[in-house]
Design a protein around this ligand. Structure first.
Ligand SMILES: Cc1cc2nc3c(=O)[nH]c(=O)nc-3n(C[C@H](O)[C@H](O)[C@H](O)COP(=O)(O)OP(=O)(O)OC[C@H]3O[C@@H](n4cnc5c(N)ncnc54)[C@H](O)[C@@H]3O)c2cc1C
Length: 496
């Protein structure tokens, strides 16, 4: 072990205990990855057991001039938890407590390492639930959801993570501990909480989260409709939204996804189905019945070849299981997936999905689609073999072209997975230099730089999650030989 790492590890072990510091090369391997295709080796991994220990770890890192990357469950799909620049990984997985629940005010305070689904399970007996439900909710943490401003199938009607976070306790780059926002529904002053949510671990480490809980709906009705074309399914989505309805969830799967899930879950979808929609409505019984009637009519008008419906918990779970298990099932088609995350105006869904098909055909890549159709958040999954460098290059190129198509259609670079390493080269597609500069300056607003800082010690401004979000920080796919020159912020079609 290099001398500087040895003394860092010694200090970290003194702060959190020997068994909570990982430094052996074979043990560090696990922390090289998240859910994206990028990877990098950390200098060490530390697992603090309290907010006080998190603050102490930050102060130790400052003394050693080390960078820090916060990590929840490591399911980020944009490289958010990958430790660039030999950073220390600060894993929050020991901080899993439900600290407080106020059922009357419908507020809970949780530690950041709590698994998303556990919160709803823990407050279920109070008739409450936590709304943001990423498809990874059995694994991902609420701290990681704050980092990425995560969404999920049921965020269409209820809003994404930022709409459910009331306040945050955070450790800033100088090791100080502060609250942003509050634990009540209203708070005054600048909305620094809002700036933190979705900041991808670049502004500080979240150590407590005050979240809004919602009452469980009286009635839930789930419908699954199969269509013979993607166009018919896309038109159904536009029809439902155009009718002024906002279902609690509106999700789509294409034929390749159906092929991937059939052997696992045996749903027996029609052999000629090219797309399946899941539509869920909830609320008061009468309102649910009215909405169901309109939705079924729109599905039938667009030629649905089969419709299934469910009201009880077990049958609804059965309708959802293919959607929730779809990404894992892609393993039957190829060993690796690159799940692209772009947003398009709902009226352009049909057109952009056709472009995705065209891009896949032109670049000879396999693309499967499973996505949050209701909010125009598409997730083309590019399926490839990472051991074949040519396939990796094609996958990254296809991702670039899909994101360009989303932006060209008037959409956005990310619906929920963040920018991380993956999308930073494309930030200039949507932001000019002044926009990016304003964001970079916000980062420095959260730090007190030490005027006597020794020369050579990195600025505190990049102490957390260096090389992420901003263009030029890192290269997507570098581990596979992709170079900075390979990327062009616009006109990536020239990159062959
Ligand atoms: C199969 C699958 C399905 C998915 N479905 C969805 C989906 O439906 N919707 C969706 O939005 N995402 C989805 N994701 C992506 C991912 O699960 C989310 O981005 C999730 O929020 C990441 O949580 P995590 O605990 O794994 O965080 P990590 O991956 O560990 O970290 C994510 C980011 O947050 C930062 N971070 C983590 N903890 C903290 C903290 N305490 N303080 C400050 N920063 C922190 C990290 O530095 C990193 O930048 C999916 C991923 C997979 C693999």
């Amino acid at each position: 072990m290099p001398t500087n790492t040895r003394s860092l590890v010694t200090d970290l072990a003194r702060a959190v205990g020997d068994r909570y510091v990982i430094w052996k090369p074979e043990d560090l391997l696990v922390y090289e990855y998240d859910g994206s295709i990028d990877r990098a080796t950390p200098q060490a991994v530390v697992l603090p057991g309290s907010a006080g220990e998190v603050a102490e770890v930050v102060r130790i890192a400052n003394r050693h001039g080390a960078y820090i990357v916060a990590r929840g469950a490591g399911t980020s799909l944009s490289g958010g938890a990958v430790p660039l620049r030999n950073s220390i990984v600060l894993a929050l997985t020991r901080l899993t407590a439900l600290i407080e629940v106020d059922a009357e005010s419908r507020v809970a305070i949780v530690e950041p390492g709590m698994i998303n689904l556990h919160l709803s399970q823990l407050v279920s007996h109070l008739g409450l639930f936590y709304a943001p439900d990423p498809a990874s909710q059995k694994t991902c943490t609420i701290g990681g959801n704050v980092g990425e401003n995560a969404g999920g199938p049921h965020c269409l009607a209820l809003g994404v993570t930022t709409n459910h976070v009331l306040g945050l306790e955070v450790v800033l780059a100088d090791g100080s501990l502060t609250w942003l926002g509050g634990s009540q529904r209203e708070s005054t002053g600048y909305d620094l909480r809002g700036a933190f949510v979705g900041s991808e671990g670049t502004l500080g480490i979240v150590t407590k989260i005050a979240v809004r809980l919602l009452p469980k709906p009286e009635t839930i009705h789930t419908m699954l409709a199969a269509f013979r074309t993607m166009d018919a399914a896309s038109d159904t989505v536009s029809g439902i939204i155009g009718a002024g309805l906002v279902p609690s969830a509106l999700e789509m799967m294409d034929r390749k996804t159906i092929d991937a899930v059939e052997p696992f879950y045996h749903p027996g979808y029609p052999a000629d189905a090219q797309a399946v929609l899941i539509v869920e409505v909830d609320g008061l019984k009468e309102s649910v019945e009215e909405q169901t009637e309109v939705i079924l009519e729109i599905c039938n008008n667009n030629g649905a070849s089969e419709i299934r419906e469910a009201d009880d918990v077990a049958t609804r779970a059965k309708l959802w299981e293919t959607r929730k298990g779809a990404i894992g099932a892609y393993g039957t088609i190829a060993p690796t997936y690159y799940l692209v995350d772009g947003v398009v105006p709902r009226t352009k869904l049909r057109e952009v999905l056709q472009q995705v098909d065209q891009i896949a055909a032109e670049l000879n890549v396999t693309v499967a689609n499973v996505f949050h159709a209701g909010d125009g958040n598409i997730h083309p999954a590019i399926l490839f073999n990472e051991r074949n460098p040519a396939e990796v290059k094609q996958a990254i190129l296809a991702g670039a072209r899909i994101l360009e198509a989303c932006v060209a259609a008037g959409g956005a670079l990310s619906g929920e997975h963040g920018i991380g390493i993956e999308k930073q080269a494309y930030m200039p597609l949507v932001f000019n230099e002044d926009d990016l500069d304003a964001m970079a300056r916000l980062r420095t607003a959260f730090i007190h730089e030490d005027p006597d800082q020794p020369i050579g010690v990195p600025s505190l401004a990049e102490r957390f999650n260096p090389g992420k979000v901003f263009p030029g920080g890192a290269v997507h796919g570098e581990a596979y030989g992709i170079t900075r020159e390979s990327f062009r912020p616009t006109g990536t079609t020239d990159w062959q």
